[in-house]
Design a protein around this ligand. Structure first.
Ligand code: NAD
Length: 432
């Protein structure tokens, strides 16, 4: 691990997330902002400004034509004071060490807001998975697992799917790890297929938590769901699951979009009839709807609730003034830039942050880990019931901070998370 590596041969010009502020800069700014509201030992804050360790590995891959490429992989482990590290692995050409560190910090806050016994991690390989055959992807994943073998494990660090990785990738990691350890170890990863210890309801969980938090926020602001109009950007795993649940709970989902544009029906769409990204990729615009809109127009629609659930940095200083929704529920990770946040605050638009709203994913990952360790499967009903309970509890904790301090919902969520982490550090001691 941690060697000097030649640059990857892989090259791509694909861009999936705009980069207005690096994930690390955002994570550090948010830490500072939350710490300012709490009486925390500054040594603990300084400790949290840094990852505990970052693994940097060379991952050689024999290509199908017999040639060899060497890719760079990372695993940032930020903080484990409350339990093993937890976070996704992404295969993407723009993965960087700093991005992994920033995202691992976000995972620390997210797990703490949900009061899960985990700390934050994030990792990935700098590679364009679309340019790999299935066999190459499998070989790359297994070799990456071997390089990280000493760093991961059910009680150490538990990876999960992220951009460019999926349940199959997790199955390969579990198999490679288990073969080397000499025992079947399903708890080393979450987001696996249910047949090898994955949890029912894991795939729908982030969207389900977005829907639950939307319902709770509407309730808080006395907005009956049956009178509430909703626009959802992105009709993938998070967006479509959230839209369909809200639709079935009586909300009026008037617009949804994918990368090609948006569809709009002021009387409400039948969201169960619109194909999701998984059912038919990028097919939203093929759906017969009264109006088709440009993607940016969806963000500016006159609706009660806006759910950005596609990619990061879509609500910026350039368009925030045009947003007229009363409530924004962050389905995607980091959809709102700092500049936009300030504009929304000035306009009285409430933004419920990603670390609370989409935390259903890591919460059901925790359920999956519990099931793996106990070798006992939960029914889908039990998963959904327990998720509902966890989301309600987290909402109450954040609401208490929001009600008692003059802060945004985002700050309230960070305060809840940071206080729990700081108290754990205080109790255990920093051991300098
Ligand atoms: P997905 O690939 O299933 O769907 C993404 C959707 O967004 C697709 O419909 C795509 O067409 C659309 N899209 C892409 N670029 C767009 C653009 N510029 N404008 C409008 N639509 C666009 O992805 P997902 O798993 O639903 O993830 C969405 C977001 O939620 C990401 O930010 C991800 O990091 C975050 N997230 C995902 C999970 C999870 O477990 N799936 C958990 C927490 C957070």
């Amino acid at each position: 691990m941690s060697t000097t590596l030649p640059p990857n041969r892989e090259e791509t010009d694909e861009v999936t997330e705009q980069d207005t502020e690096s994930a690390l800069a955002t994570a550090r700014r948010q830490l500072k902002q939350a710490a300012a509201h709490l009486d925390i030992d500054e040594n603990i804050v300084e400790r949290l400004n840094h990852p505990a360790r970052v693994h940097r590995v060379a991952v050689p891959l024999e290509r199908d034509d017999g040639s060899l490429d060497v890719f760079t992989g990372y695993r940032s482990q930020h903080d484990a004071v409350r339990g093993p590290y937890k976070g996704g692995l992404r295969f993407h050409p723009h993965v960087t060490e700093d991005e992994c560190i920033g995202l691992s910090m976000w995972m620390t806050w997210k797990c703490a807001v949900m009061d899960l016994p985990f700390g934050g991690a994030k990792g990935g390989i700098v590679v364009n998975p679309k340019k790999l055959s299935d066999d190459e992807k499998e070989r790359l994943t297994r070799r990456f697992t071997q390089e990280l073998r000493d760093a991961i494990g059910p009680m150490q660090d538990i990876p999960a799917p992220d951009m460019g990785t999926d349940a199959q990738t997790m199955a390969w990691i579990m198999d490679a790890y288990s073969m080397q350890e000499g025992e079947t170890t399903p708890g080393v990863v979450t987001g696996k297929p249910p047949v090898i210890g994955g949890s029912y309801g894991r795939e729908e969980a982030p969207g389900r938590s977005v829907a639950i938090i939307t319902r709770l926020a509407c309730d808080y602001y006395d907005m009956p769901l049956s009178d509430t109009t909703v626009a959802v950007q992105g009709f993938g795993s998070v967006g479509a699951n959230a839209a369909r649940l809200l639709d079935s709970w009586g909300a009026n989902v008037v617009a949804v979009s994918d990368v090609n544009g948006a569809i709009y029906d002021p009387d409400g769409l039948d969201t169960h009839d619109v194909p999701t990204h998984e059912e038919e990729p990028e097919a939203v615009m093929k759906y017969d709807a009264p109006q088709k809109l440009e993607n940016h127009e969806l963000l500016e629609l006159d609706v009660d609730v806006l759910i950005p659930a596609a990619i990061g940095n879509v609500l910026t200083e350039d368009n925030a003034d045009n947003v007229t929704a009363d409530l924004i529920i962050e389905g995607a990770n980091g959809p709102t830039t700092t500049g936009a946040d300030k504009i929304f605050e000035a306009k009285g638009i409430h933004v419920i942050p990603d670390i609370l709203a989409n935390a259903g994913g890591v919460t059901v990952s925790y359920f999956e880990w519990l099931q793996d360790i106990n070798r006992r499967r939960w029914s889908l009903d039990r998963v959904n019931e327990e998720l509902e309970t966890e989301m309600n509890t987290a909402w109450e904790s954040v609401k208490e901070e929001f009600d008692t301090r003059d802060v945004s919902w985002r700050d309230a969520a960070y305060i809840v998370g940071l206080r729990r982490i700081a108290e754990a550090h205080q109790a255990r001691g920093v051991w300098p």
